[in-house]
Design a protein around this ligand. Sequence first.
Ligand code: PLP
Length: 469
Amino acid sequence: MTTRKHTNARHTTNIGESLTVNPVFVRPGETTELPKFEIPDGMCLPETAYQIVHDEAMLDGNARLNLATFVSTWMDKEAQDLYAETYDKNMIDKDEYPQTAAIEDRCWKIIANLWHVPDVNSAIGTSTIGSSEAAMLGGLALKRHWQTRRRAEGKSIEKPNLVLSTAVQVCWEKFLNYFEVEPHWVPVSEDHIVLDGHELEKYVDENTIGVVAIMGVTYNGLYEPVKQISEKLDEIQKNTGLDVKIHIDGASGAMVAPFCQPDLEWDFRVPRVVSINTSGHKYGLVFPGLGWIVWRDAEALPESMVFHCSYLGGDMPTLALNFSRPGAQVLLQYYNFLRLGREGYRLVQQAGIDVAMYLSSQIAEMGPFELVSEGDTIPVFAWRLKKGYTDKWNLFDLSDRLRMKGWLVPAYPMADNLGDQILQRIVVRAGLSHDLANALLHDMDSEIAFLDNLETPMPREGTGSHFHH
Ligand SMILES: *Cc1c(COP(=O)(O)O)cnc(C)c1O
């Protein structure tokens, strides 16, 4: 007699037998409730556990209709096979998995070369769990550099600050908070919708550890003009002697610009740029769990942040906030580099930009909206409701209506001092075809007609915003 608490197969004597007499959908957990916040006392069949978790995950949204996230939801069948073969690899275990470590090394060097690093042999890079971890490391290197210089000059290291746009991704607010760096926020405005160097001298001082420039602002997809920011910093250096470096948050754009805007100088071609991060799991086209950071040279990464391991016989510098983390994503990144090459990445990203620009031009013509961006940088664009178009509904209502059809098209307030401005955004990822785009446009048309024809305005409680950075 089994002593398992959660069973409806009391007459069975062993698991093998209970499998045969215990048909799917009438097993415990499927007809009875299992505890949710306490570990169950007994065991259950793997099939049953699988079915329960599988069914619950099924209630999540359909990733293909999710136009909110930047993160990859599609990879080749062969990449999925590779993933299934390598999910047990731990990235930190460079002793046991030296080949995965060697591939990590190749990947960041490939990326460093895409970003025009002057000498890849003196550059330093690493994979991370995402851009957030990479941003922490980039910010820390800036801070450490500043501290070292200030100490040598016998000056205070009490009040480091970082200059950045109010439209940065939340990872930078975490960096400032966790690592105790003061923000010097540069406000976005109608005239300066991104950080562009305007009045930068007001924000930079002797305690500034660096400036963050974003390649692909989360809110609207726009690129911050790195070269222009750098030229402004040249001017500031001429006037004040302050030599302020730039870190590029290229979470999305650093894997788009090298292929689709090759002449745009935003990377290590700009001498003030000391480090760049990107998300392998965004336009690197890898499943979630991968970021990258590269420093221009050993000088840009303070030696005190590097831990040396000799697992590979040589000198393997390691730096990261995490210890154990999956290695499979690194292999998937390498798979994509081999599979797509420069030409493949260009085709995939350009197809995204084409769909984004098609969608934005169609949405601009619908009547109620004006575009904030077009999707010609990264395949991301945003729009707002024209002033005075309607009092009956807003973009949150439209977002909710589209959600009923399965589409996730988030509406959200713009950053900080433009916070009264509501935007709606579409992130085009590999897999959003022209056909799917047309289906979305069709649904938008009918939902706008529904909202326009309302007798009374939409009730105003709850915003229904689903903003994913
Ligand atoms: C997505 C994003 C991040 C955070 O990246 P994760 O890989 O999700 O940690 C940081 N900055 C920008 C500009 C982003 O778009």
